[in-house]
Design a protein around this ligand. Structure first.
Ligand code: F6P
Length: 342
């Protein structure tokens, strides 16, 4: 059996650990592997590489993806969809394992509905994929945010400033809430809860009156104030899946806080730092468990499925269910975070 593997969408620590686990376990079943380069783009063009045991040796702790990635959406044009279907046949791929978030797995869901054998592995630092309790990469991103907040604490306190830290999180504020909780943020703003700028300023001013003369505000890039309608974007350009390039809430909010309170404010955008580099031990293990489960699904002849974490167990769910909606921050976790605001 010849199995294609691709990684699509934004890269994420742990992608290589999944690839390694699939190939090592699959080798025990006697399967061959074809690496598809740059996500779905590698099936439109096509661009592939042989994935031997040698090719996956030593990649467990490495960041990024040895296959490359892109945000190519082959479902946007009939020509590209046709090319993907023809190339899967021409390359002799019996199954494609797609490692990605809702966009990449959304494509796998549609191809699966057309009768192609697809398996999904949930990936995104944003942790916003439904059908699973966790995606790999999230733990690494949260660790990086925590590290950054620890460092920003001392400089913000020394200068008696407000520091607004912008983190990733387009439609869901998981990174902001978990990173902010671990790093002791004084306010956490998430896309799920449009905020009031004056209310934020009130918290900042009240904290000064309580003897603390600095504040750390964590804002997810998709968070937005009630008085502005919708998310703040860098420009009007959309990617192949129709997403705008987010960014700017940190700068906007720091300016507003300084103007409204008179307290010197700064902002930091953590950006792609959150996605780069080596995965944490937790993400390496989760990614490895997902990789093993994915190839064992192939061996069991179960297709159109995504591997998922439920509690401490690895299960599988239908690709269609997993990509049907965004998993947003649960109110209980946010309630815990709110206890420490101010
Ligand atoms: O991987 C998802 C994500 O991290 C989003 O939170 C963010 O908006 C986006 O990727 C940015 O990705 P890029 O700039 O690489 O397109």
């Amino acid at each position: 059996m010849n199995i294609g593997i691709l990684t699509g969408g934004g890269d994420c620590p742990g992608l290589n650990a999944v690839i390694r686990a699939i190939v090592k376990r699959g080798h025990q079943f006697g399967y061959d592997f074809t690496g598809i380069r740059d996500g779905w783009k590698g099936l439109v063009e096509p661009m592939t590489m042989k994935l031997t045991l040698d090719a996956v040796s030593g990649i467990l702790p490495t960041g990024g993806t040895i296959l490359g990635t892109s945000r190519t959406n082959p479902m946007k044009s009939e020509k590209d969809t046709g090319a993907v279907i023809n190339n899967i046949k021409a390359l002799g791929l019996d199954v494609v394992i797609a490692i990605g978030g809702d966009d990449t797995l959304g494509v796998a869901t549609k191809l699966s509905a057309k009768g192609l054998k697809m398996i999904g592995v949930p990936k995104t630092i944003d942790n916003d994929l439904s059908g699973t309790d966790a995606t790999f990469g999230f733990d690494t991103a949260v660790s990086i945010v925590t590290w950054a907040l620890d460092r920003l604490h001392s400089t913000t306190e020394s200068h008696h400033r407000v520091m607004v830290v912008e983190v990733m999180g387009r439609h869901a504020g998981w990174i902001a809430v978990h990173g902010g909780l671990a790093g002791g943020a004084d306010i956490i703003l998430i896309p799920e809860k449009p905020f009031d700028i004056d209310a934020v300023c009130k918290v900042v001013s009240a904290r000064r009156q309580n003897g603390k003369n600095f504040s750390l505000v964590v804002a997810a890039e998709g968070a937005y104030p009630k008085e502005v309608s919708g998310i703040i974007t860098k420009d009007k350009e959309l990617d192949a899946f129709g997403h705008a390039k987010l960014g700017g809430i940190g700068e906007f909010l720091a300016k507003e806080i300084e103007e409204r309170t008179g307290i010197e404010s700064r902002h930091v955008v953590l950006g792609h730092l959150q996605r780069g580099g080596t995965p944490t031990a937790y993400d390496r293990i989760l990614a490895t468990r997902y990789g093993v489960a994915a190839i064992e699904l192939v061996h069991a002849g179960k297709f159109g499925r995504m591997v998922a974490l439920r509690g401490n167990d690895i299960i599988d769910v239908s690709l269609a269910d997993a990509t049907s909606k965004t998993r947003t921050v649960d109110p209980e976790t946010y309630r815990i975070a709110e206890i420490f605001f101010g």
